[in-house]
Design a protein around this ligand. Structure first.
Ligand SMILES: Cc1cc2nc3c(=O)[nH]c(=O)nc-3n(C[C@H](O)[C@H](O)[C@H](O)COP(=O)(O)O)c2cc1C
Length: 353
């Protein structure tokens, strides 16, 4: 249990603009929207999307520090969880400091999903999210993820079974439909509300779009017309300006950011208009802190290798970062990477101040 009894160092490099569970942010502006999911209340919430191999505990902690109002685990296989598979158990490990946090599960079998949801509940998340949006083939062929968009009554039945068997609020994340000519979200939203879902996150694409094409936010106000539960907008929110636009043009109850947060937790503080972008030195410091947390959390080799996807985000926009990136993706030890990145930051400061 890497974090079960770990006290994280005080979060020092950035002011923590966090909405703590149950404490309402009082800085209301005309754009502020208030959302409640069980004991979690956020205003004008900007959430970290669940992302496989990205939103592990270290990254969730860092995103919370930079202002993500709610964070989600990556999706966790219900089958794996009920079998106590090592990797699934690793994924349900939470830390007090990251609250509010949701555990996301996926699956296609009711009994297995109910068992997995109960197991997830034992880890003490603030709520449980069900993935009915994953488009990848090996999930869909198991009648899980976005496959349920082909069968809204079954999606609702699975949701209802989970709602009835856990004490925590249950939310759902899904897409608009299977394909452009098969958009079912209005029907799905009503069925999920009737099934007892506490909120609905909509990735505003269809399954056949994968992550391509443009997310169509125009569905959010239409969904809001047919349900009362909170509706969370997801898809193509990349900057603070996008967040403002998402709230002001759609009436979404909260906004969820995925890819734009990878290697860029600063997007949350920017989105909350708390500050402008991070300096080169801060980017490098946070990158190294993130890597240190990963090394504490996972076996060293795995941590170093899996972390490689984060460098381009952390160094994005900094002039001449490609040489540094080429070097560090070949390195196998934390010390080497630290040395190279600190040299990069020092060189950057010498030239650009
Ligand atoms: C690397 C990666 C992993 C993802 N894993 C998950 C997941 O585990 N569960 C989920 O609901 N969505 C997952 N998604 C989808 C995102 O949560 C989000 O819906 C999608 O990226 C669109 O939002 P964005 O435009 O802000 O990135 C993943 C996306 C990416 C890029």
């Amino acid at each position: 249990m890497a974090y079960g009894n770990t006290t994280l160092r005080p979060l020092t490099t950035c002011e923590p603009p966090l909405n703590v569970v149950g404490i309402r942010n009082t800085q209301a502006t005309p754009l502020v929207l208030h959302m409640r999911i069980g004991r979690v209340e956020v205003e004008r919430g900007v959430l970290l999307a669940p992302m496989e191999d990205v939103t592990d505990l270290p990254f969730r902690l860092i995103c919370r520090r930079y202002g993500a109002d709610i964070v989600y685990t990556e999706f966790i296989s219900s089958d794996g969880l009920i079998r106590d598979a090592r990797r699934s158990l690793e994924k349900v490990r939470l830390a007090e400091e990251e609250r509010p946090v949701a555990i996301q599960i996926f699956g296609g079998n009711e009994d297995v999903m109910v068992g997995a949801a109960r197991k997830a509940e034992e880890s003490g998340p603030d709520f449980i999210d069900i993935n009915f949006g994953c488009w990848v083939k090996n999930v869909v062929v198991r009648n899980a993820g976005a496959a349920l968009l082909k069968d809204p009554p079954q999606m609702a039945a699975l949701t209802k079974a989970i709602v009835q068997n856990v004490g925590l609020p249950v939310t759902v994340k899904t897409r608009l439909g299977w394909a452009k000519d098969e958009i079912v979200i209005l029907d799905v939203a009503q069925r999920l509300q009737d099934a007892g879902a506490a909120a609905l996150t909509v990735h505003c694409r269809t399954r056949d779009m994968g992550h391509d094409g443009e997310a169509d936010w125009s569905w959010i106000p239409r969904i809001k017309e047919v349900v009362d539960i909170p509706v969370i907008l997801n898809g193509d929110v990349r900057t603070g300006a996008d967040v403002d636009r998402a709230f002001s043009t759609t009436g979404a109850d909260a906004v969820m950011i995925g890819r734009a947060a990878i290697g860029n937790p600063f997007v949350f503080s920017e989105a909350k208009n708390l500050r402008a972008g991070a300096s080169a030195r801060e980017r490098v410091d946070v990158c190294l802190e993130h890597l240190r947390l990963e090394v504490e959390y996972k076996p060293l080799r795995r941590a170093i290798h899996e972390f490689r996807k984060h460098y381009s985000g952390y160094l994005k926009g900094l002039p001449n970062n490609s040489l540094a990136r080429q070097d560090i993706v070949r390195m196998e030890s934390y010390a080497e990477i630290e040395d190279r990145l600190l040299r990069f930051a020092a060189d950057h400061e010498a030239v650009y101040g």
